[in-house]
Design a binder for this molecule. Structure first.
Ligand code: GLU
Length: 499
């Protein structure tokens, strides 16, 4: 039988990093086995449903290269793959369970259940449904207090439910005794527990690979598979991703729980994918840098971690740096482009001229940034028209001092006559004018005001290369403007009343 696995996100907001993590492990296993990977949208929780969330899940998984074989957008032989489109599928199974004595109608009102729970807590009893409705028909139940007109369907958990099961990651696992779980809600929607079992069966899922938070639900699922006469799938419960304080990663506490955060921050998808793999898996040889293919080819449940991996962003930054340096210049330029657009520095994404021009910048920045989002600040000086170019106040303060006015003027003068406007020639001319043979300055001191005047900031890509890219006219203009500004500050300092 061919392997079929699935990821089953609930579209309740920004996609969670756990969805990518589960997808990665499901897909790595599916590819190794020559099986299929399905995307099923579990949208039965209407209160928490968010319309744009499903598309975001698609976008984020595709960004990571975790594509699926069957899903709501792609169709497939076992669809529909959106639970809200399968509603009529679930009820007959619930009815069959009632007919077989494995489930019952429960008319207890929400208020009655809350009261019951409170009482159990007060008396330090285990909480759980007290089976008030078991054995009663509607009329008999209606005669008692706490009756609601629209019943739910509950499973009747037997005295000896299957509490132990085999897990591919953990070996033998025991889970606590389940409550009489609601299967069909008063609004006719199935709960997760009914829908997941029905769909996993009907979609031919052979291996349920999901987060460890579902271990305690597995006995209910096993009961349902058994009662409905369906073969149980294999189970693999992945360790939960954790914050540094070991708590479960949540979108409320940690921005990195949102997949879109990684895109915004300028992480590379290959780095995030490697990172997620590393959190839960070790490839043979234990190396930390590995591709999806390496993970998939070596895939072995025995290599999956059982301890909740800590989400260590320093490790991700390190991986990101590695993958950033690996990119070809044109690839790097293409990835930087959206960030330059986002910063308003360049326009049309399709303009090939821009991409070519951008490629020339890459050597200046590729090894200097940890994240793509850091690039715009470094190259802003190149994209700013002269009319709106301004030196940052802190750089003016520090570098465009009156004492530096002659340094800027000397550089401008020396560069005026330079024909070959390349980084090497620019550097040779500037150095001759400002270092030992010229003004006698050390290079650091000499470049400080030049950098401020030309790049507008105290931090920039290498200065000669920056000047070469900026071009003769613009460089000279900025050096002269910088010299004038520095000199002006002298008169302003002499006579603070002026200006
Ligand atoms: N919809 C569930 C979730 O969001 C899926 C759990 C499962 O994979 O069984 O986590």
């Amino acid at each position: 039988m061919s392997v079929r696995v699935r990821v089953a996100p609930s579209p309740t907001g920004d996609p969670h990093v756990g969805t990518a993590y589960m997808s990665l492990f499901n897909l790595a296993f599916a590819r190794q086995q020559g099986g299929e990977f399905l995307l099923r949208v579990e949208d039965t929780d209407r209160a928490r449903f968010r319309a744009d969330s499903e598309q975001q899940v698609y976008d984020m998984l595709r960004w990571l290269g975790l594509d699926w074989d069957e899903g709501p957008d792609k169709g497939g032989p076992r669809g529909p793959y959106r639970q809200s489109e399968r509603l009529e599928t679930y009820r007959p199974h619930a009815e069959r369970l009632i007919a077989d004595g494995h489930a019952y109608l429960c008319w207890c009102s929400g208020a009655r259940l809350a009261e019951m729970r409170e009482d159990q807590q007060k008396r330090k009893l285990p909480t759980g449904y007290d089976r008030r409705c078991v054995g009663l028909d509607r009329a008999a139940r209606a005669a008692l207090p706490g009756f609601s007109d629209t019943p739910v369907v509950r499973m009747l958990v037997p005295d000896d439910p299957p509490l132990r099961f085999h897990d591919l990651v953990r070996g033998e696992v025991s889970a606590p005794r389940p409550d009489d779980q609601v299967l069909l809600k008063a609004d006719g929607f199935p709960t997760y527990h009914l829908a997941v079992v029905v769909d996993d069966h009907l979609m031919g899922i052979t291996h349920v690979v999901r987060g460890e938070e579902w271990i305690s639900s597995t006995p209910k699922h096993l009961l349902l598979f058994d009662w409905l006469g369906w073969e149980r799938p294999a189970f693999a419960h992945m360790p939960l991703l954790r914050n540094a304080d070991k708590s479960k990663i949540s979108k409320r506490k940690n921005p990195a729980a949102r997949l879109t955060w990684f895109v915004e921050q300028g992480y590379l998808p290959e780095a995030l994918l490697n990172f997620l793999g590393l959190l839960g898996y070790s490839v043979p040889g234990e190396q930390e840098i590995f591709s999806f293919e390496q993970m998939s080819q070596s895939f072995d449940w025995a290599r999956v971690n059982t301890v909740g991996p800590v989400f260590d962003l320093d490790k991700l930054a390190w991986l990101n740096g590695h993958y950033m340096r690996e990119l070809s210049e044109s690839d790097f330029a293409g990835r930087v482009l959206p960030f330059l657009q986002g910063a308003g520095l360049v326009g049309d994404p399709a303009a090939p001229v821009e991409l070519a021009a951008l490629t020339a910048l890459v050597p200046l920045v590729q090894t200097r940034v940890a994240l793509l989002s850091e690039v715009p600040a470094l190259v802003r000086f190149l994209f700013t028209p002269e009319a709106s170019f301004q030196v940052e106040a802190s750089a003016v303060e520090k570098a465009l001092t009156p004492a530096n006015a002659p340094v800027l003027a000397a550089a401008a003068q020396a560069l005026e006559g330079l024909d070959d406007w390349s980084a090497a020639s620019v550097q040779a001319v500037v150095d001759a004018a400002l270092l030992e043979d010229g003004l006698g300055l050390k290079r650091g001191k000499a470049y400080l005001p030049l950098r401020a005047a030309v790049c507008g900031a105290s931090i920039s890509p290498p200065l000669p290369e920056s000047m070469a890219l900026l071009g003769r006219e613009r460089t000279l203009r900025r050096l002269r403007a910088g010299a004038a500004l520095a000199a002006d500050r002298e008169s302003a300092e002499r006579d603070p009343g002026v200006g």
